[in-house]
Write a protein that binds this ligand. Structure first.
Ligand code: UD1
Length: 378
């Protein structure tokens, strides 16, 4: 039995890390291929270091491009590797272009695909990730799911029940494994903030970052909130470019970079402070000690649910409804007034009951590997 796993973009690394560890522990041959969709040190290599992930066996170095270019490059560069390596199974995680492109390439060579984080649906086909999720699930042989809604979605799409395995969440395996270690991070001192005295903002979805009106509404709302509460904003490269192109820098504290040294923020106690993208441990620490998180990321909705930090999601839908029904998450879209009102409500003491969703217990990777060994070796 030989497994080949694909990683490509930032949120993939923490999903694959515990599976890689478990496969190695059980002596299963495992090849790790990085497509190179994300390539900046802070978007990729830093995560390997923080998570103790071994250097990828192969890097396809595809880099950025249009969706078609990126998808095609991954397929063309992966095909000869699969022909050569002949894995018994291709394992993909999440919903990025690397996930979908690799799954299609493998299936056409007769290699079965396992999709980790299968079945999530936003029911919004303008999201590139939704297309990636639907296509990947349609051709996968194993569907490992993180929440009950995913099982239902797959059932409705006619996916055979015997291929669906509700195993929990490998991203949460990684979080639980690293939460103690994140205490060692000195990111709060570097920025010059104290626990619970600030909020965190992340923003990168095309529907927010690439649409001027939405980006402006969101930044105006958060600028208003930041008059009462520091907001720390690690800026994704896509969003950084757009803020500058749309001329919205004035909404983010004159572009101050909060990592320029602890003294930089002396005397300053308000505003949106931008910093470069953070590694896994620094971001975990920043999130864990914050009062509130504003985000359009999928993974952060899940992580805040487990950490019990209030999360306002800057979207009108989520493919992760359990973060609302069980967790701390609310949807506020890109509506200026709604963002401000909901944030004030949460900051003025309104708190939601939350509980940890079923099977988000740190053992999802073990369950996945148990199932794969049983299914592939029987
Ligand atoms: C991708 C995923 C998204 C995921 C996100 C996490 C798809 C369709 N989207 O979006 O689901 O939530 O990653 O970050 O797969 N760039 C750099 N350095 C890098 C990588 C990207 O500067 O290391 C810049 C490039 O200008 C690039 C742009 O960011 O064109 C967007 O990168 P891309 O990988 O296309 O999409 P993301 O927005 O990162």
């Amino acid at each position: 039995m030989k497994i080949l796993s694909i990683v490509g973009a930032r949120p993939n690394f923490m999903k694959v890390a515990p599976i890689d560890k478990e496969l190695r522990k059980r002596g299963v041959a495992h090849t790790l291929v990085h497509t190179g969709q994300h390539y900046d040190y802070r978007m990729s290599k830093l995560f390997f270091e923080d998570l103790g992930l071994p250097k990828p066996d192969i890097d396809l170095c595809v880099g950025s491009g249009t969706h078609a270019q990126q998808t095609a490059e991954i397929m063309m560069r992966l095909e000869p590797i699969l022909n050569n390596d002949k894995p018994s199974l291709l394992l993909v995680v999440g919903d990025v272009n690397s996930t979908m492109a690799s799954a299609i390439t493998a299936v056409k060579l007769g290699i079965p695909v396992a999709h980790v984080e299968a079945g999530l649906r936003s029911f919004d086909r303008t999201m590139p990730e939704e297309i990636n999720r639907i296509l990947t699930d349609a051709i996968s042989s194993f569907h490992f799911t993180t929440e009950e809604s995913a099982n239902n979605n797959l059932g409705k799409e006619g996916i055979p029940e015997e291929s669906i395995f509700f195993v929990g969440n490998t991203m949460i395996d990684t979080l639980l494994r690293h939460v103690d270690k994140s205490y060692e991070s000195n990111i709060l001192e570097l920025i010059g903030v104290r626990p619970r005295e600030y909020g965190v903002l992340t923003l990168h979805r095309p529907s927010n970052a690439d649409a001027r009106e939405n980006l402006q509404n969101i930044l105006e709302a958060l600028n208003e909130i930041s008059k009462d509460l520091f907001l720390i904003f690690p800026v994704h490269p896509r969003t950084k470019r757009r803020i500058s192109e749309f001329g919205l820098q004035h909404l983010i504290n004159n572009g101050l970079n909060g990592l320029n040294g602890p003294n930089r923020l002396n005397g300053l106690n308000r505003g949106i402070i931008t910093i470069d993208p953070l590694g896994y441990l620094d971001f975990l620490k920043l999130m864990k000690e914050s009062r509130i998180v504003f985000t359009d990321s999928g993974g952060i909705q899940e992580e805040t649910t487990v950490l019990g930090i209030p999360c306002l999601t800057l979207r009108y839908n989520t493919e992760r409804p359990v973060t609302i029904t069980s967790g701390t998450n609310s949807l506020v879209g890109s509506d200026r007034e709604r963002i401000i009102n909901e944030a004030r409500k949460r900051l003025n003491g309104f708190s939601t009951q939350y509980s940890i969703p079923p099977l988000w217990d740190g053992h999802a990777a073990e369950r996945i590997v148990d199932i794969l060994i049983k299914q592939l070796c029987d």
